[in-house]
Ligand binder design. Structure first.
Ligand code: PLP
Length: 398
């Protein structure tokens, strides 16, 4: 009998009961806007920011409407101007170059390695081309952050981290998002906490934090923040920083607070699933697993493998055969962007030179989501299906 997987790759877990109860409280009192508080009341949004700052060890935190908004706000707050060039990953998702384009700046793409991290030699070679790096920890793979920061510090490059896939992760014990000047996170349904849409920005820098708060649309109510700098810092920036509204609201904040408290335990559950997939796929001929360095504390909320140097039609056949057995794989090598799998050459608003070494790796990447609704047995079954189908196509090719 041919085994089939019938779970859903897009089904996350329900919102915890505690979050539902807190959300109902907000709905019942009706004060959803973060600055709509009674005298002495602390809004769920302000409390959420305080919780997230404590969790990441950041001095300041701002909760916003999306991860993409967090990144564009970070770019504005560090002083990126229209026409500036901003370094970023060739292997990432569309909101990253989109955030750069949204401030009128121009992405300069840096290559990807077989570890699926930013190519640090390529970064060093391009370090004189921009003053800012928007570093995407794409699919949760963290590069050697010590070397990255050494390159950027030597070149005077400000680092903004896109931690959409690394909330809860760390490099040498330092939370992801705390190496550069600003860390940006997403709370969109498919990330590590789920409020439908939402995001965070963290920083230790007084002026970046104050600018970000004003940018997000605080009017002059910044004193209601619990994880923001002192009023005198706002005095320096408040007349010269535009309001580009993108605030978080109390309903989403109420849903998120219990999820943040549960995050550590959820990370362990993701990593159990990640290891079950890894164990089931180890030693599959023609298939390469991604090395995870010792220093990296990752969150296995998605899983990637490489079919290095396979002809495109054979990779497409693996995707089709796995799909027929209920296993949804996304391929970063397809000619046209499908769902979220766009590539640097799909973003045609950027005039990007070809990167043959990165193309070779992108053409090999198969990617899947690992929602926590999958059991460990589901993961073992998914691995058996991929192993069998990769094996069948590999044998034909040989
Ligand atoms: C999801 C995501 C973001 C942020 O996305 P939003 O949908 O705007 O919250 C940023 N970078 C990557 C790599 C992502 O996958």
């Amino acid at each position: 009998m041919t085994e089939r997987f019938d779970g859903s790759f897009t089904q996350q877990e329900p919102i915890p009961e505690e979050g539902i109860a807190a959300a109902l409280d907000v709905l019942r009192h009706g004060r959803l806007h973060r600055y709509n508080t009674r005298p002495g009341e602390l809004s769920e949004t302000a409390l959420l920011e305080q919780d997230f700052a404590a969790m990441t060890g950041a001095r300041y935190c701002l909760a916003v409407a999306s991860g993409g908004y967090a990144m564009s706000t970070a770019l504005r707050a560090v002083g990126v101007r229209p026409g500036d060039r901003v370094l970023s990953n060739a292997f990432t998702l569309a909101p990253v170059p989109g955030a750069i384009a949204s401030v009128g700046a121009v992405p300069v793409f840096v290559g990807v390695t077989e570890q699926l991290t930013i190519d640090l030699d390529d970064l060093a070679a391009k370090a004189d081309q921009a003053r800012v790096l928007l570093l995407s920890h794409m699919r949760g793979h963290i590069c050697d952050m010590d070397r990255l920061m050494a390159i950027c510090n030597a070149a005077g490059i400000t680092v903004i981290e896109d931690c959409a896939h690394t909330m809860g992760a760390a490099w040498r014990g330092v939370p992801s998002g705390r190496h550069g000047a600003v860390g940006c996170y997403s709370c969109q349904t498919y990330k590590h906490v789920n409020s439908g849409e939402g995001g965070f920005l963290v920083t230790d820098d007084d002026e970046i934090a104050a600018r970000a708060v004003i940018l997000s649309g605080s009017y002059m109510l910044y004193e209601r923040h619990l994880a923001a700098p002192a009023p005198e810092v706002f005095e320096r920036v408040k007349y010269v920083t535009p309001n580009i509204s993108g605030r978080m609201d109390n309903l989403r904040a109420a849903i998120l607070r219990p999820q943040l408290r549960a995050l550590e335990a959820q990370v362990d559950r993701w990593n159990d699933r990640y290891r079950a997939l890894e164990d089931g796929l180890r030693g599959t001929p023609g298939l390469t697993l991604i090395d995870r360095p010792e220093a990296e504390r990752y969150v296995g909320s998605s899983f990637q493998v490489l079919l290095m140097d396979w002809p495109g039609e054979k990779v497409a056949e693996v995707v089709r055969r796995c799909g027929a057995r209920g296993v949804e794989l996304k391929w970063f090598g397809a000619a046209e962007p499908v769902a979220f799998t766009s590539r640097y050459d799909s973003w045609r608003y950027v005039d990007a030179p070809r990167m043959p070494e990165s193309d070779r790796i992108l053409a090999a990447i198969l990617d899947m989501r690992v929602p926590l609704t999958f059991s460990l047995d589901d993961c073992a079954l998914i691995a058996r299906i991929i192993r069998a189908e990769v094996g069948a196509v590999f044998q034909q090719a040989a």
